[in-house]
Design a protein around this ligand. Structure first.
Ligand SMILES: [Zn+2]
Length: 338
């Protein structure tokens, strides 16, 4: 994201128009002294959930918040210095896939102590969908026996992976992608792209994801070549899958979805039997091909939905690639027979 002009998380969360409703709800609850004990921030990747969690933490700790945290009080200064004694953050350690149970236990222990500044304590857990059973159980105990002044902020892309017992004790903050016009205006102010249509499409409308994607345009062009590469008899599928898993796997799957959708659309709307790049086939063969493309589309979507689980990402790509290669091959055989 190096050449994108991205503000720091606090400024981002304070200004992103699609987070305004969430900010106002938090500010209102704070003013009425009705901040819940636990919040669950949820939404697709690229909406700024992590930034919003930081914004809420700073806000809830501030001595004199109004529309935003004051930025001046001792609490805000502690926050700014990066060493706020009443703010805890728990996440996944590098190279690990789950949040360590010891980290959760340490956090719970720290939350049980009284606030250093005599106000409240805030803990941010993210990604909360990376809690394992033990971690979730430990957290549940804390939620069942709340200590009056603690605010727990859970951040999750896939909240359905959290035990219902936890989710039900949290107030949900469901973040949604903004209208396309809002997203485009924001993107124009923060990034450089000729056209945001494809990045927004591949990011399901999430502006931060679209921005990140626009900074690495080679993902699109690389993925556009994948179907061609898969049609070759010497295609090294495991190596391709290995490369794809490393960067932007979700966006790569969306590129494939886009390619398949376009192919379906073309096949359905074009009466010409010999479309560019498409072998000449009979209407019957084409009908069956389109049918299988719908199946492929489902398969790619399923693979993408498994990304945030503990599935092996390279294997997900490999399975999808094998299916695409098989379909391309079937079509080639059919057109040869025609
Ligand atoms: Zn302040």
């Amino acid at each position: 994201m190096s050449d994108a002009n991205l503000p720091n998380p606090i400024d981002l969360a304070a200004s992103a128009p699609w987070l305004a409703r969430a900010r106002e709800a938090i500010a209102g609850a704070c003013a009425a002294d009705r901040l819940p004990q636990a919040l669950l921030l949820q939404g697709i990747p690229g909406l700024g959930k992590a930034a919003l969690a930081e914004w809420i933490a700073r806000y809830a700790l501030c001595d004199a918040p109004s529309v935003d945290a004051c930025g001046q009080c001792p609490s805000c200064q502690f926050y700014q210095a990066g060493n706020h004694p009443d703010l805890l953050r728990v996440g996944v350690e590098e190279g690990k896939k789950q949040i360590a149970i010891d980290d959760i236990r340490d956090m719970i222990g720290a939350l049980a102590l009284s606030s250093y500044r005599g106000r409240r304590k805030v803990a941010v857990v993210q990604p909360a969908d990376a809690l394992n059973v033990n971690g979730a159980n430990a957290l549940l105990k804390t939620l069942e026996e709340p200590s009056g002044s603690a605010l727990l902020i859970l951040v999750a892309v896939r909240p359905e992976r959290l035990p219902a017992t936890i989710a039900s004790r949290c107030q949900r903050v469901k973040l949604q992608a903004p209208d396309e016009a809002v997203a485009r205006t924001w993107l124009d102010a923060h990034g450089k792209a000729e056209d945001w249509t494809l990045p927004l499409k591949l990011s399901a409308g999430a502006p931060l994801a679209a921005l990140a994607l626009s900074a690495v345009p080679q993902v699109e062009s690389e993925m556009a070549e994948v179907p061609q590469m898969l049609s070759r008899p010497d295609a090294d599928i495991p190596a391709m899958a290995e490369r794809c898993q490393k960067h932007f796997p979700a966006e790569r799957f969306r590129c494939l979805e886009f390619w398949i959708s376009e192919r379906i659309r073309y096949g359905l709307t074009s009466p010409a039997p010999s479309a560019p790049g498409q072998p000449t086939v009979s209407p019957e063969v084409r009908r069956r091909h389109i049918q299988r493309l719908y199946g492929l589309l489902d398969e790619v979507r399923r693979a993408r939905s498994l990304l945030s689980s503990n599935a092996a990402v390279a294997l997900l790509f490999e399975q999808v690639f094998v299916s695409i290669a098989r379909e391309m091959d079937a079509l080639r055989q059919a057109s040869r027979r025609a």
